[in-house]
Write a protein that binds this ligand. Structure first.
Ligand code: XUL
Ligand code: CO
Length: 441
């Protein structure tokens, strides 16, 4: 079934790199996949992925209005035929953009069906087609996940539901999604606990819900071993929306949860820009917290609106954001199995299929520039040198002894008394460093 002629975007050809002077809206100005940066191609550094949910299933609907998006593949039938057409549209789209990876939720691929059995059967049919499309195009699966938050049965949560039957449905969905992620050669598998949190503590046993989430993830680890899936598990932090409080609220909370439940060795994090902002953090903060713990797995690339307090999932077009993101990613050694996954949606007013291309081109070019800026900042070396020098009192003498665990409180007191007072504190030079960063933008 996989062979069909391109038919969903007949007016759009392959998008190519034309360089910064190009005025062609359907060309890359900065993303040049084969260009080397720090000895690796841009393609290898960035590992772009397109998402099934926003790109294929997004309608442009919001709380106040119906969908606006014109999507020739969406017939509204919920049939396997429609699901397979959608898969072909998606692969045509990603191929034309040269996007090497993609990501899905189980229910993006097909429908919920009237029963789990029916949903599973449709998942199998689409999964087989995806396998053929992957082979035909060379596009690979970055990660799969289970959509355990849309269906009404998940109103009180999935793994953290007050109802044990719901826990089983959620487990069944993850089991199946893991099987297909493995079958399709996925690089990793993501857990985003959309409804794993609460709306009110008056009706919630927080400890019991967290214990259930820990149990659920241990069951997932056991199943991953059973089927031989070697990819990492990635938890995606988000503090709220749709719940008032989500247990996986930020990178630090996730790491603490994983440590408490003995799961740290099995998980890394998938950090998303807009989620970091909702948690009151910058993207680079979340990446640093994950990276410092050796748990930086992958990123969901998007951005929010500086004046709105919710998850707008806009395409990332802010150079400071992408430069600082890539600076941190490079600092921690770059992506191994993860990548830059566009968990982003076009605006409701950008309703044509061309807008899907313009949006991805904008995001890819902004990340390509961010990568080049980050590499130039690193090659220049002034920022790194400043930080290294700032901590030099720890490289020898008292500092080195403290770091090595060879100094007690009494030793510190003796040393402080001998000094009289601290002398020679130096400026943090924040404004100067910001100006140096600006030199490369
Ligand atoms: C929701 C979100 C999800 C996850 C996957 O805010 O980011 O799409 O990325 O479930
Ligand atoms: Co996401």
């Amino acid at each position: 079934m996989a062979k069909r002629s391109a038919q969903f975007f007949p007016k759009i050809g392959t998008v190519r790199f034309e360089g910064p002077d190009s005025k062609n809206p359907l060309a890359f100005k900065h993303y040049n996949p084969d260009e080397l940066v720090e000895g690796k191609t841009m393609r290898e550094h960035l590992r772009f992925a397109a998402v099934y949910w926003h790109t294929m299933r997004g309608t442009g609907g919001d709380l106040f209005g119906w969908g606006t998006a014109q999507r020739p593949w969406a017939t509204g039938e919920c049939s396997t035929r429609e699901a397979i057409d959608r898969a072909h549209a998606f692969f045509e789209f990603a191929s034309k953009l040269g996007i090497p990876y993609y990501a899905w939720h189980d229910r993006d691929l097909g429908s919920h069906g009237r029963s789990l059995k029916e949903a599973n059967a449709q998942f199998d049919a689409v999964g087989r087609e995806l396998g053929k499309l992957q082979r035909d195009t060379g596009i690979r699966l970055l990660w799969g996940t289970a959509q355990n938050f849309v269906h009404p049965r998940y109103m009180h949560g999935a793994a953290t539901s007050c109802n044990a039957d719901v826990f089983c449905f959620a487990a069944a969905q993850v089991k199946k999604a893991l099987e297909w992620t493995h079958e399709l050669g996925g690089e990793g598998y993501v857990f985003w606990g959309g409804r794993e949190g609460y709306s009110s503590l008056l009706n919630t046993d927080l400890k019991r819900e967290m214990d259930h989430l820990g149990r659920f993830l241990h069951m997932a680890v056991a199943y991953k071993k059973k089927i031989g899936f070697k990819g990492p598990f990635w938890i995606e932090p988000k503090p709220k929306e749709p719940t008032r409080h989500q247990y996986d609220s930020d990178a630090a909370a996730c790491l603490n949860f994983l440590r408490e439940y003995g799961l740290l060795e099995h998980f890394q994090l998938n950090i998303e820009v807009n989620h970091a902002w909702l948690a009151g953090h910058t993207m680079e903060h979340e990446l640093e917290v994950a990276g410092a713990a050796g748990a930086l797995g992958s990123i969901d690339a998007n951005m929010g609106d500086y004046f709105l307090g919710w998850d707008t999932d806009q395409f990332p077009t802010d150079l400071y954001l992408t430069a600082k993101t890539m600076l941190t990613v490079l600092k921690y050694g770059g992506f191994t199995r993860g990548g830059v996954n566009f968990d982003a949606k076009v605006r409701r007013e950008s309703f044509t299929v061309e807008d899907l291309f313009y949006a991805h081109i904008a995001g890819m070019d902004t990340f390509a520039r961010g990568l080049k800026i980050a590499a130039r900042v690193r090659a220049d070396g002034r920022l790194d040198a400043f930080v290294k020098d700032r901590y030099r009192s720890w490289d020898s003498g008292v500092g080195a002894k403290i770091e090595a665990g060879k100094f007690t409180f009494a030793d510190c007191e003796r040393h402080a008394l001998s000094l009289g007072d601290v002398r020679g504190l130096e400026s943090g030079r924040q404004e100067l460093l910001e100006a140096i960063f600006n030199e490369f933008i």
